[in-house]
Ligand binder design. Sequence first.
Ligand SMILES: O=c1[nH]cnc2c1ncn2[C@@H]1O[C@H](CO)[C@@H](O)[C@H]1O
Ligand SMILES: [Zn+2]
Length: 362
Amino acid sequence: MLLSPDVVRRVPKVLLHDHLDGGVRPETVAELAAEIRHDLPVDDPADLGRWFADAADSGSLVRYLETFDHTVAVMQTAEALSRVARECVEDLVADGVIYAEIRYAPEQHLEGGLTLDEVVEAVRAGFEEGMQAATTPIVVRQLLTAMRHQARSMEIARLAVDWRDRGVAGFDIAGAEDGYPPTRHLDAFEYLQRENAHFTIHAGEAFGLPSIWQAIQWCGAERLGHGVRIIDDITIDDDGNAKLGRLASYVRDMRIPLEMCPWSNVQTGAAASIEEHPIGLLTALRFRVTVNTDNRLMSGTSMTREMSSLVEAFGYGLDELQWFTINAMKSAFLPFDERLALINEVIKPGYAALAEPGPGAR
Ligand SMILES: O=c1[nH]cnc2c1ncn2[C@@H]1O[C@H](CO)[C@@H](O)[C@H]1O
Ligand SMILES: [Zn+2]
């Protein structure tokens, strides 16, 4: 029997790829927009959630990203940023997430007069409040994103290093991929490496192997945001055997984590459907696959939904879900001892408890 969404909700989950401005509650977008008189395409929060999901369901990353104009617009004060950050933690707790790295681009939150440091502090305060109030333990860290079409990556990389002992775990670049290769930001990545800092790069989502190759071999990315197009370097022969090209081999041999976001890829056209999503093959080939939400608002999703969809499409059970979760925890930008403690004290016991037959089941 397939795992029910209710069981999936209860297993401990780890989330490495989730955008703060992509996970705002529709009611919060509506309330904050009313306060600042920002015009929304629809007013009713119920319709607004649907509007985001429909508009994002465009088959194109560029059009998907246009919907962020509305969430970013309402996140321009310290109060709004802290609120969105606190609610994010509440929603993750309800979804059974025990560790999360949440990313956003500080440079997009300066229109109300905040400085970059004030933006990071507001998000830190919101996460802290959310963690303190949580009924089940959760650890949440920030990843600071630089927008790949802009030219502020060096500044944001410095910001990530300045805040690394105050809730910031790493750095990322995001935004339209085609036309904006990661090597545009090489100075920022080289700086981070010299600083022994962590970073991931969105690569292999709307553009193919050259983007993944640059991210890893030129820029030194520790993880790949999406990375789905690594499938282009894998061929299946007539007998069904997979042959990996040199880049795909490197990614698998080096255990480079793939931050896969199945529903987001279906919306942007990077995958035709969940059933046809490369995550099935990459999991079978034992790449270091992790499961993520990307944008809970735009994709109308949650960790429970992403994993439940994989359960339905590929028949995964608790073993596979635990494998994804431990893969993610091993790949987190958190110190080794803290990762190990979460694996041994939270994740493994959590799965073991659900695997045991309940009273009356025997
Ligand atoms: O899947 C994605 N690919 C590339 N960029 C993205 C994706 N989702 C969100 N963003 C971009 O990242 C910014 C900071 O959070 C968002 O404002 C959005 O423009
Ligand atoms: Zn993303």
